[in-house]
Design a protein around this ligand. Sequence first.
Ligand SMILES: Nc1nc2c(c(=O)[nH]1)N[C@H]1C(S)=C(S)[C@@H](COP(=O)(O)OP(=O)(O)OC[C@H]3O[C@@H](n4cnc5c(=O)[nH]c(N)nc54)[C@H](O)[C@@H]3O)O[C@H]1N2
Ligand SMILES: Nc1nc2c(c(=O)[nH]1)N[C@H]1C(S)=C(S)[C@@H](COP(=O)(O)OP(=O)(O)OC[C@H]3O[C@@H](n4cnc5c(=O)[nH]c(N)nc54)[C@H](O)[C@@H]3O)O[C@H]1N2
Ligand code: SF4
Ligand SMILES: [Mo]
Length: 729
Amino acid sequence: MTMTKKVPTNCRFCGYQCGLIAHVDNNNVTKVEPDPTRFPYDTRVQNRCPRWRVIPQVLDHPKRINYPLKRKGSRGSGQWEKITWEQALDEIAAKLQALKDKYGPETLATCIGGPHAIYWPLHRFMNLFGSPNNVGVGQICWNPGILINTLTFGWPVVNELNPETTNCALVWGTNPAQSDNSLFWHSLLQLAKAGKPLIVVDPRCSQTARQATLWLPVRPGTDAFLALGLIHVIIQEKLYDSSFVNRWCYGFEQLKKHVKPYTPGYVAGITGIPAEDIVKAAQLYAGNSPATLYTGRGIDQLGYNTIPTHQAFAILRAITGNVDVPGASYLTEMPDFIPEIDLEMSEHTVASFRKKQLGQDFLSLQTYQGYAKLRQYTMKHDKRLPMRYLTSAHPNLVWKAMITGQPYPIKALIVMATNPLLTQADTGLVYQALKSLDLLVVLELFETPTAMLADYILPSAGVLERPLMETDAGTANVAYGGKQAVTPYYQRRQDYFFWRELGLRFGQQDYWPWETMEEALDDCLKPTGLTWQEFCETGLYYRPHRYAKYETAGENNRPLGFATESGKVELYSNLLDHLGYPPLPQPKQPPPATEEFPLRLITGARIQPYYASSYRQVTELRALHPEPLAEISPTTAQKYGLEEGSWIQVVTKKGKGRFKLKFRSMRDNVVSIEYGWWFPEMKNREPELGGLWLSNANNLTSADFAACEPLIGTWNYNGIPCRIEKAVE
Ligand SMILES: Nc1nc2c(c(=O)[nH]1)N[C@H]1C(S)=C(S)[C@@H](COP(=O)(O)OP(=O)(O)OC[C@H]3O[C@@H](n4cnc5c(=O)[nH]c(N)nc54)[C@H](O)[C@@H]3O)O[C@H]1N2
Ligand SMILES: Nc1nc2c(c(=O)[nH]1)N[C@H]1C(S)=C(S)[C@@H](COP(=O)(O)OP(=O)(O)OC[C@H]3O[C@@H](n4cnc5c(=O)[nH]c(N)nc54)[C@H](O)[C@@H]3O)O[C@H]1N2
Ligand code: SF4
Ligand SMILES: [Mo]
């Protein structure tokens, strides 16, 4: 007879990591249910979420990778041999050693994606191995906001929404109804219900926009102009918080002069938002403090204009006095536990490899030199941010180095918890790059199109099979997570095991004292006084947020101020000035529509039940959303004689894809396509590669380095010139 154990654990089908109770028989999860006693302590989130319910199916899904696989036939032929972990690790280490001897350690690259796993072991290995070439998506996800807020305020900002204290929400380029099925979305609904102003800036009338007091369907990519228009009105109508501005802001006079030309009339012409709505939005936001300004990927993915938009947002928060104020925002604090930067060992290793960083002559902030400047001029008061994310390599340069061998050959790639053929820009280029490698290792749960091209696929432990501790990469004093519920099924192993074992094969034993991730997390938590076991009981470590910290006593009892060079909020950024970049927001007008590409494309607005390219093979989830959709307004459809439900082809300069047409109330002449689409039911080998070439949004995108913005290297996933056609059936 078996005994069912009820094990407290966590979901990890998105970064939220809800607490769960797993019913376990003989190391077999038979059922899961929400755990209302552990973080996030609110079952409303899970009630709406379709994903956690399928955990038992995903744990033993017929398409899961269960054993280390070694390629038998030619690359992409779909022929594999089952091998042991020992053999896989020994062979991979030997191949890496040979490549390192021939080309130097920078010949190894790694690739990571969204927040699916604990990444510091990968960074630690790479720092010790000596390669700067980790590729991620930071340039278009997270980094722009983190970096711009740090250079404005000295440290990152978290925007809060508390339906009790927040009096207005300005939600810009994000749709938490689909992307952040969390307390934030429920708080937003509560705020709207209470009749408080909610302003939503989005070309699409998203679920969030439907709740809005004022929806501003901005022309894609012109957001910085709109934000400057709001600043213009706020200054012109003296709606700003003059005491905060006088006492704590640096560069107000320059700003005043700078925004003069951004009149509502001028801005209306560029953004397509009526002048009276620009004035109204400014009045609502500035007149209802505390007001929160919450932004998302709609803004992080605008190429050149991402940076001035974030600069303008930081200014909006500052001049309205919505900085470090309950209900609006708080400046985060150093974690009490060991921060990411120490776990990744970025400050402890030989720095010679930093000179090998690609693109450092062009990029001024997202590089090791940029990070050093950030340290020099901001992050005062002993603050430190994680380094590897904020210095990660520009993907486009790494793919090109793989293909051309210039400026040096990159011959090996280890991919962990990402599917770059679907989620990196320019699938054609990524494909060519992966095909050029001498060694491709993929740590995965499923045989994704990326894994189909590997030399070795290694079976990773996934949800419920590994401990979790999410720390916002050590940028804030918060950690949440919990224990694994079961020992990994079959021959699956936790990613930590792989990095440690590889490290041991490269003589790194002194740096991997913890045999398991739990031991490492136990050490990491030590400074908080908690053990790993104690942490798991609540699943949360945090300290109540403190506000107005700049007013607290610093040296000689003087107010601490902001962690910037001037000690103030830098509306005019001294650091950007030092970097030779416009210190005040200076957006560029997007290129005009052409006959060939008259429309603007948005790729990747989030949809449930999927996460990027994940879960298409899970029958229960696929049934909820079986096909890739493209959205346009009924007026645009009429113009092209297209019917809802028909298949269309969307074409950009880069490529094309097939999508099923759905109407939405949205800005005319804009097309929005879903991303992450492949078809796991199709053949898992060349040339089909799981339907990779059919409806993959990133066949249509590009991150060509020369066209990226020069501070961080941000590219466009939104506002791309395109056209639409009827698809041939
Ligand atoms: N066109 C376009 N492209 C985009 C975006 C967009 O908006 N438009 N958004 C970008 C953004 S913001 C992001 S963050 C990325 C997201 O892109 P990715 O991070 O690539 O996300 P997924 O496609 O979900 O791939 C995650 C993979 O990790 C595997 N996995 C899950 N957990 C683990 C684990 O613990 N270990 C290992 N080894 N594997 C695991 C899953 O099976 C899955 O195949 O996409 C980016 N790409
Ligand atoms: N269901 C689901 N949830 C997810 C993910 C997922 O893949 N699926 N991915 C996770 C990840 S990695 C991330 S980074 C977050 C992203 O989370 P969010 O940032 O909330 O992403 P979206 O919900 O896609 O919202 C982006 C919005 O920006 C709008 N937009 C596009 N172009 C522009 C523009 O030029 N200007 C303005 N103002 N708006 C524009 C789009 O129409 C869209 O509604 O979501 C996370 N949550
Ligand atoms: S997928 Fe759903 S249940 Fe799982 S962590 Fe995210 S919101 Fe929570
Ligand atoms: Mo992301």
